[in-house]
Write a protein that binds this ligand. Structure first.
Ligand code: MGD
Ligand code: MGD
Ligand code: SF4
Ligand code: MO
Length: 697
């Protein structure tokens, strides 16, 4: 029998698409984009198009497993009861030994952003105070910058960009990372909108824009400040500034005394005349929209970069404009109840982190170092859920050390990932075609339900079901040891996740109405239209006391990114890949054969290397084998690898990353972000065999 079901793509992706699956006798036949969803518009990316392959992939793990020795690959199939028993007994033993539940650590992030996936946080809260990864490897600096400037983290509906006469795509690559925005941009172009892309090299998005502005990595803040200075010099400032902003005199004084357009040109690589032209066009065109992406804030000065861009938007009067503003992302629809076990204010501040005040919070970007440093009590058990840190994090040498020191590691995932290779117990989870869930987006305003279309593949279970079962086992072994529910209905739990605030935003009388179709929140299409801000002053704050209190400069200002050390003179950028989603490969089981290093041909020539030549990029942390590909648009001191998963036998790209943190992130996400673009390497011709570095097994 044919049947249709609704889903939401749960990946960490701007688009959070609404999907419709067709099954025949309980088997998935096809997945399409929902035509009734005005952002997905019936279209899917190639990743979701290979979802069915992923669901039925032969390498998907279908039953719980135990590994005899970490990294040995010596796995044995076990029953759920054996797995749960070992997990629960270990938890209770550690609690007894240390007189505390803090030795238990949870590190969870973006494998699946569904509300019911907060079950893992809720389970840990139900056990007692535990050690938690907080913050985000992704966007923290930018979130703080916007929280400081506007008072609240929100953005316009992405459909609003259609009204812009000028669109600046700044450090964002939607042609690969948010493909559903591209038709909106293309339609605007057809109606006469000019699109400018600011990137470090000719990205896929830059190639589709009218104009490409090449910026030296980590210097965008200075470029924005220089353009702000031009606006001031050429009387292109919004005359309304005194009415709705705070500290603009101070900011203009800073621009006047500290910023020189010619000097900015030398540092940013954008010619002074171009800076002036761009500023004039931006100041004179209304409405004008800046989309500032996550790529430009992955630096030690990333938060200040975004503050400078916000300030430029305000100086030119584009904030609050229909079709204008500075767009980055939002939390507005992430008003889930947190399964009753996560502290609501934290759940609000960061959609994917729920923790209680008594928990021991470790920055997710420094997790390994921080966990190793924990004493009284130490961290002894780690649960990774929806996370692949041995592929995605920095400081992998410390991760390796941590993995070797811990007493017990549980990984719940779909596949035997690089991180799962460190597990003692592997628990197989369901995909979004096999469980209920509720999803919001950090880019558009839709909220929707994910319903199961097929029975769980093999013995896999949803993260929520796993959390219930762990709680049941704990309570069986020691009554009262976990307050998280021991069973329930996924559907009913989902309905309870619609908090009164979310019900109001979605204009729902009863939670059940969400089961019918995805709904768009009742939010203004253009944010800050009334120019009433959520800052302490109620104004757009060029000068912020909140920033000062958090230890940041009061004004948007420029500080340079890190400089390369002499022995590693090339900056390595590792932006997101067109056909991978972080460590998740698409189609599954098609991991590219090694990494491609994109370089300027002149750089390659100076090393005597041809296109296609094998080489190695290395620094004091490790070395990675690459194959060279030429890209004339890449500066001679920058090299690029688009991040994608690697075969377990190969060195992973992130062995080269040290966990430099971004300037900001503490206010909104609890911890500074990851300055992953501050990575430096040297390039070496390959002679002999490549050194294999930790954390490879
Ligand atoms: N070099 C480099 N490193 C980076 C980045 C970069 O640009 N370059 N980007 C950074 C950024 S922005 C991010 S957000 C992080 C992302 O890093 P992570 O948060 O680790 O995200 P993913 O690799 O997408 O997913 C992690 C795991 O979740 C699993 N998973 C999928 N669905 C489920 C589920 O329902 N339940 C469970 N339990 N598991 C599931 C997947 O199979 C995958 O193994 O990486 C960061 N690391
Ligand atoms: N296909 C695909 N889509 C994805 C993901 C994926 O892995 N693959 N990951 C998802 C996740 S977790 C995230 S965080 C988003 C990220 O999506 P985006 O916000 O687009 O961010 P990035 O891909 O990290 O970087 C965007 C661009 O910034 C550029 N850039 C780097 N440094 C600088 C700089 O100093 N200045 C300027 N002007 N540009 C710079 C990079 O070259 C890149 O082209 O994408 C999501 N969507
Ligand atoms: S990965 Fe992104 S673009 Fe692709 S289906 Fe999922 S949400 Fe949509
Ligand atoms: Mo991300």
């Amino acid at each position: 029998m044919l049947a249709k079901h609704q889903h939401i793509c749960p990946r960490n992706c701007y688009d959070t698409c609404s999907l419709i699956s067709t099954t025949y006798n309980g088997v998935l036949l096809s997945v399409e984009g929902n035509p009734a969803h005005d952002y997905t518009k019936g279209k899917l990316c190639p990743k979701a198009m290979s979802d069915i392959q992923k669901v039925y992939s032969p390498s998907r793990i279908r039953y719980p497993m135990r590994q005899r020795h970490r990294f040995s690959g010596d796995w044995e199939r076990i029953s759920w009861d054996e797995a749960l028993e070992q997990i629960a007994r270990t938890i209770l033993r550690l609690k007894r030994t240390h007189g505390s539940t803090l030795p238990l650590a949870l590190n969870k992030y973006s494998g699946n952003f569904g509300a019911l996936h907060n079950a893992m946080e809720a389970l840990f809260s139900g056990i007692g105070p535990t050690t938690r990864a907080i913050g985000s490897p992704c966007w923290s600096a930018g979130v703080d910058a916007q929280t400081i400037d506007f008072g609240r983290f929100r953005c316009s509906s992405p459909l609003d960009m259609a009204h812009a006469k000028l669109i600046w795509l700044w450090g964002v690559n939607p042609a690969w990372t948010a493909i559903h925005q591209m038709p909106i941009i293309f339609d605007a172009m057809e109606r006469g909108t000019t699109v400018v892309c600011f990137d470090t090299h000719l990205s896929a998005t830059a190639a589709r824009s009218h104009r490409f502005i090449q910026v030296r990595p980590g210097t965008d803040g200075l470029l924005a400040l220089a353009m702000g200075k031009v606006l001031a010099e050429e009387n292109l400032l919004d005359p309304d500034l005194p009415n709705y902003t705070l500290g603009y005199h101070d900011f203009l004084a800073y621009l006047d005394s500290e910023i020189r357009v010619e000097r900015a040109a030398t540092i940013t690589g954008v010619e002074a005349d171009t800076i002036r032209d761009l500023a004039r066009e931006y100041g004179q065109t209304h409405p004008a929209c800046i989309w500032a992406g996550f790529g430009l804030q992955r630096y030690t000065n990333g938060g200040q970069t975004l503050r400078a861009i916000d300030a430029l938007g305000a100086l030119a009067g584009h904030i609050g404009e229909k079709g204008g503003g500075v767009q980055y992302g939002h939390f507005e629809t992430w008003k889930f109840s947190g399964l009753g076990h996560t502290e609501p204010s934290q759940a609000k501040a960061n959609p994917v982190v729920g923790k209680n005040p008594s928990d021991r919070a470790l920055n997710i970007n420094k997790f390994a170092a921080a966990a190793l440093a924990c004493t009284e009590p130490p961290v002894r058990m780690l649960w990774l859920a929806g996370r692949n840190p041995l592929s995605q994090d920095a400081d992998l040498h410390l991760w390796q050390k941590l993995m070797n020191q811990l007493e017990f590691i549980v990984v719940s995932d779909l596949f035997l990932t690089r991180s799962a290779a460190a597990a003692d117990i592997f628990l197989p989870v369901t995909t979004h075609y096999e469980h209920w869930d509720l999803h919001a987006s950090y880019w558009h305003y839709w909220v929707g339900v994910n319903e199961p279309a097929i029975a769980p593949v093999g013995e896999s279970k949803s993260d929520l079901e796993i959390a219930w079962r762990v709680s049941a086992k704990l309570n069986e072994l020691e009554p009262g040891s976990c307050t998280f529910p021991t069973s329930g209905s996924e559907k009913e739990t989902l309905l309870r996740e619609l908090s009164p605030e979310l019900l109001r935003l979605l204009r729902l009388q009863s939670p059940k109405e969400i089961l019918l179709q995805p709904l768009k929140a009742n939010l203004p299409p253009a944010s800050w239209a009334q120019r009433q801000f959520a800052t302490p002053s109620g104004r757009f704050e060029f000068r912020s006391e909140k920033a000062v209190q958090a230890g940041f400069p009061a004004l948007p200002s420029y500080s340079p990114p890190l400089s390369p050390p002499p022995e590693a003179p090339l900056r390595l950028l590792t932006p997101h890949h067109s056909s991978a989603l972080n460590s998740q490969s698409y189609p599954p089981d098609t991991i590219p054969n090694g990494y491609t290093l994109y370089v300027n041909p002149e750089l390659a020539e100076s090393y005597g290397l041809n296109e296609g030549a094998p080489a190695e990029i290395a620094n004091d942390l490790g070395a990675v084998r690459v194959r060279l590909a030429f890209d004339l648009s890449i500066p001679r001191d920058v090299v690029i690898v688009y991040q994608h998963p690697a075969e377990l036998k190969d060195s992973c790209l992130n062995v080269l990353l040290r966990s430099h943190t971004t300037d900001m992130g503490t206010i909104a996400t609890g911890a500074p972000g990851l300055a992953l673009n501050e990575t430096f390497v040297c390039l070496r011709r390959l002679t002999g065999s490549v050194q294999r570095l930790s954390p490879n097994p």
